[in-house]
Design a protein around this ligand. Structure first.
Ligand code: OAD
Ligand code: ZN
Length: 260
């Protein structure tokens, strides 16, 4: 077999797998989705662990822990303001919109995301569980007042309009628990599910990475979309290697065009 026919064979296999994924989604009773930083990569937002990942350039313990914030709130806010600028300028990409389409088709029941960028909401998805909070929001470390930013704050660290204490980004830092309401909802959705789409996550941060196992334990189907293999690939029934923004719209188009 020469290189060209090898490539054609590979592409046919991928197309067939995409077709199978579409069929399984249509057949599913309660499909859910777990997303990670990879789904927003095509919107220009850096991931955490890839080649240009944030954790290659920055240290978690300097920027994303409660201790780091206590030590140097200004430094932590500088980093969050930089990320907020990227995120406020970003737009949802075809992957986010394809998930909106799947929800509107009443196939996808809920998205659980580890992302703090709010792009699922902007795209128009309705059932969204934000496990790690939202970078567009801050909360007071004293009175818990929540503030939603329309743009990145000019003065940092920002102060609470109610009690003048420090505001902190309303995100989950390492060493902190996931807010219980979000965690309970995520477990509820994944425990009910008979199919999970796992999109653009390295699958190594818990408890998020545990959710697909709940579906597997109930004999459900796992469909993964990722440019590279992840820690969850070994439990995937279908692994679609490629960009979420290219593969998900193909799945939606197949479902639209065909009567399975
Ligand atoms: P990671 O940066 O760990 O993983 C991103 C994944 O997306 C990798 O597996 C990539 O291969 C994949 N990827 C990149 N571009 C893609 C594309 N266009 N299409 C599909 N896949 C693509 O990000 P997360 O798994 O989200 O936590 O990281 C989990 C958590 O770790 C984050 O929520 C954050 C981080 O520290 C907190 O801040 C608490
Ligand atoms: Zn306050």
């Amino acid at each position: 077999m020469n290189n060209i026919s090898g490539l054609i064979l590979f592409m046919n296999i991928i197309e067939e797998q995409i077709n199978n994924a579409a069929k399984l989604l249509v057949k599913s009773r309660f499909a859910v989705c777990l997303t990670g930083a990879g789904i927003s990569a095509e919107s220009g937002i850096p991931t955490f662990r890839g080649k240009n990942g944030l954790w290659r350039k920055f240290k978690v313990e300097d920027l994303a822990t409660p201790e780091a914030f206590n030590r140097n709130p200004k430094l932590v806010w500088e980093w969050y303001r930089w990320r907020m600028k990227l995120i406020f300028n970003a737009k949802p990409n075809p992957a986010h919109y394809a998930l909106v389409d799947l929800e509107n088709m009443e196939i996808l029941k809920c998205i659980v995301t580890q992302n703090v960028d709010g792009l699922h909401t902007i795209a128009g998805s309705k059932c969204i569980v934000e496990l790690h909070g939202n970078i567009r929001r801050a909360r007071c470390i004293n009175c818990n007042y929540k503030l939603i930013f329309e743009k990145p704050p000019e003065k940092i660290p920002p102060k609470c309009p109610k009690c003048n204490s420090l505001l902190r980004p309303d995100v989950v830092w390492f060493g902190e628990p996931i807010p219980s309401e979000a965690l309970n909802m995520a477990f509820k959705m994944f425990s009910k599910a008979d199919l999970a789409l796992v999109i653009g996550t390295s699958g190594i941060v818990y408890p998020a990475a545990y959710l697909p196992y709940l579906v597997k334990e109930n004999n459900g189907v796992i469909i993964e979309i990722n440019i590279n293999r992840s820690a969850l690939t070994r439990i995937a029934d279908i692994y679609l290697q490629g960009k979420a923004g290219e593969i998900l719209p193909k799945i939606v188009n197949l479902i639209r065009r065909k009567n399975y």
